[in-house]
Design a protein around this ligand. Structure first.
Ligand code: SAM
Length: 290
């Protein structure tokens, strides 16, 4: 499926501009320059962004581009871009499109041959990951979990055995129940980190195993306020005997008494559905320990 046409030089450029997530000094010099020079700023909430523009003395007109009008109003922004004007897309905080509006406009612009240029800056998930001390070479961003516990647990079950670091956004009034559900699904000991109010006065980054983190948040209502990112270490797959159920071990042990090791491992694999190579390794370990 083709989602973009070759950029048309007659069109203006759509700049996707990141804004601060708290500390206003985090806006980049390039972002300020672009916000000053474009013809129009498409903003998630024009009243909210007007305060930011006022702070930086930017007089560029703002027009609403939020999740409810983005699809329909996209044409309006496209018309300006196709007439050769530059437009900047911003959200209330951080990087547009990251749990924020903008996807439909960016898609429509690319499909229409409008050049789309990222102007990077703050993003809460990346800021949290950069300071969390959890593996950062591979990670997955799950955005916001469902608001109700049953839906949340079902979603968490889907990523329970995900080996990459998991990153979630969560609302403060749900943070405790969210951590409790994570504890129930991922287990007490899984390392996790709560990053709250990043770049703001009460910035807190607390890393603990899930059970302790949930208890720490439960004990201090201040930790249930402000904006939160939750990071959870990926699943550490058990190895050797720890990876095999008690029932599979019982079958293997019974067969080992009756036949050679290789045959016992193969037959146990057939009976239990556990990988033959794994059972072979486990059988070797058990014979060595016997
Ligand atoms: N586009 C934004 C970004 O680039 O991070 C995210 C927007 S999303 C609607 C808002 C959520 O991001 C918050 O509920 C929180 O989970 C997270 N967030 C935003 N700012 C934050 C901050 N300063 N500290 C911690 N989390 C933050």
């Amino acid at each position: 499926m083709t989602t973009s046409a070759a950029p048309n030089p007659i069109c203006g450029t759509l700049y996707v501009v990141a804004t601060p997530i708290g500390n206003l000094d985090d806006i980049s010099a390039r972002a300020l320059h672009i916000l000053r020079s474009v013809a129009l700023i498409a903003a998630e909430d024009t009243r909210h962004s007007a305060r930011l523009m006022q702070h930086f003395g930017i007089g560029t007109p703002l027009a609403a581009c939020h999740e409810h009008n983005e699809r329909d109003q996209g044409g309006r922004f496209l018309a300006r871009l196709q007439a050769g004007e530059d437009v900047a897309l911003i959200s209330d905080a951080g990087t547009p499109l990251i749990s924020d509006p903008g996807y439909h406009l960016v898609r429509q612009a690319r499909a229409a041959g409008v050049a789309v240029v990222p102007v990077p800056g703050a993003c809460a998930l990346i800021a949290a990951l950069s300071a969390a001390g959890l593996p950062s070479d591979r990670f997955i961003f799950e955005g916001f979990l469902p608001a109700k516990s049953a839906g949340r647990r079902a979603r968490l079950e889907q990523v329970k055995e995900e080996p990459r670091t998991l990153i979630f956004y969560e609302a403060p009034h749900r943070i405790l129940e969210c951590l409790e559900d994570m504890q129930a699904v991922f287990g007490d000991a899984r390392p996790a980190l709560l990053a709250r109010e990043i770049t703001k006065t009460f910035e807190t980054l607390k890393g603990l195993p899930l059970a302790e983190l949930a208890a720490w948040v439960a004990a201090d209502s201040n930790q249930q306020r402000g904006e939160c990112v939750v990071l959870v270490a990926g699943w550490d797959a058990p190895e050797g005997e720890a990876a095999v159920s008690a029932e599979a071990l019982r079958v293997l042990d019974l067969l080992l008494v009756e036949m050679p090791l290789k045959r016992a491992a193969a037959l146990a694999a057939e009976i239990t559905g556990v990988r033959k190579n794994l059972l072979y390794q486990v059988a070797l370990e058990r014979q060595k320990d016997a």
